[in-house]
Design a protein. Structure first.
Length: 448
């Protein structure tokens, strides 16, 4: 390897992979190394961990099977229908894709939906491509308040050449400061205001804000990456009915489908700009196996979404309360902790988000470090917050009572200072009773 080679990845981990490949006698042994790593993850994360990552959802057995289906090897680009595609042989693919589009519309009670976004990042770039020109001003939420890179300078919004002004936030209420927004926004007249965030505990004042930006023809864009399932299940605000022009989101967060993106809107005038930004600008082949899996996830959401999403929120509130009772400060405690799947703890007294996340992972409790209000860009790598979510524990059939136990495990390590290695066996034992994924047509709803 040349001296000047530059890698962003951890060089030791790459070197270890090279050692394995160099030691392999043939391609088969290289394959075996990959499969063995996948299997290790499946056993550990899939069976022995309490996964509390807020953006993570286990998919149903049917969705997983579809991800490996034959149709995933077929090329289909363009819009649905004979004259709209480059390739022939797509009659059944058209059927699959049309089912997906119509199921998504039904799920979100929307006039239009697109199924081709291989990631929600690309959904956000679709919005900026369609609704802005380089140099335009947009208002988005800064990262310490949960804003996502896709709407900031270091992501798609920045790549589009947009000027970014922060949406003013109230650090105590963890909500938008609407009074300040009413004063600020007319000064810069943003074309687009992006709401929705990676750290979202409470709803946004969409109606008020869309009234404000309407004065200069501005649009509200709701990036519901995290809240998409909650919206579909009717357990969060309904952005398209409250003034947002467009809703994007991740199919693999609360929506619990294959990791990818969704975009829905109501105004026919936006159909051309959005769909031509998607094809031919941002996606060509768009993984039809994933589209089939997404369609089934939408059907699951239509059948089970209300019950599943309501339990996710109840579990998050229970987890927040149980942590607070054990001496771990939880944001938004004065307003019931959360109205989403997320629970945000201030773990600065326990060594900060990075330290605690890696400590807990040694006991098979998986969460992530998170910036919280008060953190500065200098705290980026070592922020004060720990973000947890209740999607997976809920899909495994846990309810409020089990959240007490989960909080107890966390507290034993952070508050009572027990070594993670002394707690991990109890975590594995507890988790062993929860191995079935519910809220789907394979296994129905969890037993009481
Ligand atoms: C996760 C996230 C995204 C990116 O979603 P992907 O599906 O991972 O591409 C965009 N916006 C917000 C607010 C997010 O939290």
């Amino acid at each position: 390897m040349s001296q000047t080679q530059f890698e962003v990845h951890d060089p030791e981990i790459l070197a270890h992979a090279r050692e394995i490949i160099d030691a392999a006698r043939n391609g088969r042994e290289m394959q075996d190394a990959v499969i063995a790593a996948v299997k290790r993850n499946e056993e550990w994360r899939g069976q022995q961990c309490i996964n509390l990552l807020a953006p993570e959802a286990p998919t149903s057995p049917t969705v997983r099977a579809l991800l490996a289906s034959e149709v995933g090897t077929r090329a289909a680009e363009g819009h649905i229908g004979k004259v709209n595609r480059w390739f022939a042989g797509t009659k059944y693919i058209d059927e699959i894709e049309a089912l997906c589009v119509e199921l998504l519309k039904k799920c979100f009670r929307a006039n239009y939906a697109d199924h081709r976004l291989v990631a929600s990042m690309i959904g956000n770039l679709t919005v900026y491509t369609a609704l802005t020109q380089p140099g335009d001003i947009v208002m988005t939420i800064a990262q310490p308040y949960g804003g996502h890179s896709s709407n900031r300078l270091d992501g798609p919004a920045g790549v589009r050449g947009l000027k970014i002004v922060d949406v003013p936030m109230d650090p105590i209420e963890l909500e938008i400061d609407v009074d300040l927004f009413r004063k600020m926004a007319p000064l810069v007249k943003p074309k687009v205001v992006a709401l929705g965030a990676s750290m979202t505990l409470f709803p946004f004042p969409l109606q008020e804000m869309s009234g404000i930006v309407a004065e200069w023809g501005g649009k509200i864009f709701f990036d519901g990456a995290h809240q998409l399932g909650l919206v579909a299940g009717g357990q969060f605000q309904d952005p398209l009915r409250e003034g947002a022009a467009v809703l994007t989101g991740s199919a693999g967060k609360t929506f619990s489908g294959p990791q990818s993106g969704i975009i829905v809107w109501n105004d026919p005038a936006l159909t051309e700009p959005f769909t031509t930004a998607i094809f031919p600008v941002l996606v060509a082949t768009h993984q039809v196996n994933r589209v089939a899996a997404l369609a089934v996830s939408a059907a699951e959401m239509i059948e089970f979404g209300k019950m599943y999403m309501a339990q996710i929120v109840k579990n998050a509130q229970a987890l927040g309360a149980a942590l607070e009772q054990r001496g771990i400060r939880v944001l938004g405690a004065h307003k019931g902790y959360t109205r989403t799947q997320q629970v945000i703890a201030d773990v600065k007294p326990f060594g900060g988000g990075l330290e605690t996340a890696w400590l807990l992972a040694r006991a098979n409790l998986v969460a992530n470090k998170n910036l919280i209000p008060g953190d500065t860009p200098a705290d980026w790598d070592t922020p004060s917050g720990l973000r947890m979510g209740t999607i997976e524990v809920t899909r495994l059939g846990m309810r409020e009572k089990e959240m007490e136990q989960v909080a107890e495990f966390i507290s034993q390590i952070l508050v009572k200072k027990r070594a993670p290695e002394d707690v991990v066996e109890d975590v594995i034992e507890f988790r062993s009773a929860y191995q079935t994924l519910y809220y789907n047509f394979d296994h129905g709803i969890p037993p009481r």
